[in-house]
Ligand binder design. Structure first.
Ligand SMILES: Nc1ncnc2c1ncn2[C@@H]1O[C@H](COP(=O)(O)OP(=O)(O)OP(=O)(O)O)[C@@H](O)[C@H]1O
Length: 306
């Protein structure tokens, strides 16, 4: 659905993007993550045809989005990272305004607005003034507005920012529904944990470089080549340590009371082999856990200053 190759952007002498490559398949929720100033908004604005790159290629649904901006734009719904001021405009009027831009009128427009408000759970706010909505509601309304022309690709800049946990959960539900409807979604954040559970893949950008991308599992594995396992035994932790150290893919073992932590450079089959070896040698194993690497740690690792 989206292909970006060698994307560069200079703002005068400052290089904000240093050659970004990115591929997002149809139906994905791609989490675009990076610290403040990393280049997320710049990339998103270029993808949406709102900013010209210095060089590089952007292809959307097979269309060269830089030379055919108007054509590409029909496939894109863009939510910026700010919400304007809408004096004396009601929720329905706000969506009617965007519908009129796309020449959607009459009963088709009325049905579309009713459907969109239902989708983002704002039906009961249809007659509210936009400026009186909460921040979370405004952000959901903004997502509804992006959907007016039924785009295939949604580019959402920080849609979860500043929301309380309830509003965030609501927004995540909306994103899941959109995925189920077959939309491809690119969603940015500087808070990895906000996105990790809803994204099918993620990319981490830092100082204008795409540092790493892939599925959450791929990214974790790329950063942490070793897996950490935690084993609890009823007794004989020292014997267990000696057994584990016999394996050349066990790189470090630490024992604290009856708990053993081992760093393993192997796959799940190797871990299962370790467990079997302990049991065969009569070590009373109570539990064995593969420690899940915290994605926040991955983020800090790949964005730390060189
Ligand atoms: N119009 C501009 N002129 C000069 N520099 C700019 C301009 N827009 C952005 N920049 C710089 O480009 C870099 C990337 O900015 P960008 O807004 O793309 O980052 P971001 O990852 O979206 O950050 P944030 O999470 O804070 O929104 C920053 O250093 C920013 O100061």
């Amino acid at each position: 659905m989206l292909d970006i190759k060698g994307l560069r952007k200079n703002y005068k002498k400052f290089t904000a993007l240093k050659g970004i490559d990115l591929h997002v398949d149809e139906g994905e929720i791609f989490g675009f993550i990076g610290p403040n100033g990393a280049g997320k908004t710049t990339t998103m604005r270029i993808v949406c045809g709102l900013l010209n790159p210095t060089s590089g290629e952007v292809t959307i649904n097979g269309i060269n989005a830089l030379s055919h901006i108007r054509e590409a734009k029909q496939y894109i719904g863009y939510m910026p990272d700010f919400f304007g001021v809408y004096d004396n405009l009601k929720v329905t009027e706000y969506l009617e305004f965007y519908a009129s831009i796309y020449n959607i009128r009459g009963s088709e427009k009325d049905k579309m607005i009713a459907d969109l408000l239902e989708l983002v759970n704002l039906t009961d706010k249809a007659d509210f003034f936009v400026d009186n909505l909460s921040r979370g509601m405004k952000q959901k309304l903004c997502v509804a507005r992006c959907l007016v022309h039924n785009p295939k690709l949604l580019v959402l800049d920080e849609p979860l920012s500043g929301m309380d946990p309830r509003a965030r959960a609501d927004m995540k539900k909306v994103l899941y529904t959109l995925k189920d409807m077959g939309k491809t979604i690119i969603v940015s954040s500087h808070i990895l944990s906000e996105l990790s559970e809803i994204c099918t893949s993620i990319g981490i950008i830092n100082q204008g470089n795409m540092v790493i991308n892939g599925t959450v599992e791929d990214v974790t594995n790329k950063v942490y080549h070793n897996k950490t396992i935690e084993i609890e035994v009823m007794k004989h932790p020292d014997a267990a340590e000696l057994i584990l150290k016999e394996f050349n893919y066990v790189e470090a073992v630490t024992v604290t009371g009856n708990r053993i932590e081992a760093s393993v450079k192997g796959d799940d089959r190797d871990i299962s082999h370790l467990l079997r070896s302990l049991i065969v040698k009569d070590i009373p194993v109570v539990t064995l856990n593969k420690k899940t690497q915290n994605l926040e740690d991955v983020f800090l690792e790949v964005t730390k200053e060189a």
